[in-house]
Design a binder for this molecule. Sequence first.
Ligand SMILES: *Cc1c(COP(=O)(O)O)cnc(C)c1O
Length: 459
Amino acid sequence: MTRQRTLAEPFRIKMVEPVRMTTPEYRKQILRNAGYNPFLLRSDDVYIDLLTDSGTSAMSDRQWSAMLLGDESYAGASSWEKLETEVKDLTGMHYVLPTHQGRAAERILYGQLGGKGKVFVSNTHFDTTRANIEFTGATAFDCMSDESLDIDLELPFKGDMDIAQARQYILQYGPENVAAIVLTVTNNSAGGQPVSMANARQVRALCDEFGILLVLDGCRIAENAYFIKHREANYSDKSFREIAQEMLSISDAFIMSAKKDALVNMGGLLVLRDKKLAEKCTNLLIISEGFATYGGLSGRDMEAMTVGLQEVFDMDYLHYRIKSTEYLGKHLQEKGVPLVKPFGGHAIYIDAKNFYDHIPVHEFPGQALVCDLYEQGAIRCVEVGSVMFGKYDAQGNHIAPKSELVRLAIPRRVYTQSHIDYVIDVFDDIIENKHQSTGFKITYEPPFLRHFTATFQRL
Ligand SMILES: *Cc1c(COP(=O)(O)O)cnc(C)c1O
């Protein structure tokens, strides 16, 4: 029997980016100046940045060297040919449209499919997905089971779509009005939880029954494939790429923010099977993003994306990715920090309502924890609760969402295990001082997406 060894990084470092530690007094001062909103901090004042996994990946030596081969021709660049070949091979779809990031692909596709009276059904629409759909005048419905939304239940595929709910919406609005079913893998807004192949096949069957287009929002399709290989019967012998290809083979369209599982800092993809739809989308692409062979990307961006799409399915990479996220979760759990379970692929979510149970939801316990993590440890993360999703009733009273979470998102290939150990250590101080922590009131908020720019005052 081989003994368990430490989870060492499957890479070594040949270029370093210094990060600077500051004093708690300094951080208290500048957090106050930033209105207690970490989005308004300078990144130089952050030691460990767990704000998002989007566009924050470290590229490999192969990606950086591929960038030197970037062909910056306006049309028909060789860098484009490489990307197109790679994406066609991965997706099995013929029409590849490059975009500058995921939401540009969404705007183009949903702008084409949406409009007043149209309905979209999803396991969970990511916020930019919902915004792009609603912007066209269409309506977006999320279909999740109560079990999946229970943050304490330990189930293997909590990202799955609730098929019965989806069917209900189709029958209620009429299949002719359902523009598409959008399957988000992994289910980002539901805690980075995976979607099973069995569920994807049920969604396909539902689409076939009613003649509806199936869009795979696959920003984290490699991470999702890891969970299928390890949790779903009959997939243990398949490669991660084969599993992703199988899920793509039953989809009609693929949208990807390359800032996630393509391991680049900027980029996106819209990939389609249908020629007519592709022609319409290509027209919109050329109007708003760029010519069809670059769509807002430089040749070097496309080179890096091509290599990233290969590297992300590497066994050592994916194993480390999922296990290192789990490592953070396990150690926080051992300290008694209440977490959403099972652990997702790209982030650990803390149940702040439970952890800071002395702070009422209208005083934002999640924001309190986010601010404490910054003040005490120079760690930046984001509240996913009343600040992000809270609403007001007619009398101006706070309506809280179902849960008050804090997300620690892990950038890909950026932090080592000792950085994560540091984060875990900071929680000793957080736990010790948690009863001294106080809530917040909002001093400024914009009408939309308030978490980005709102400011606060400590109570
Ligand atoms: C990030 C993300 C998007 C949007 O992509 P951007 O590159 O940020 O525009 C869409 N869907 C999901 C599931 C995402 O995680």
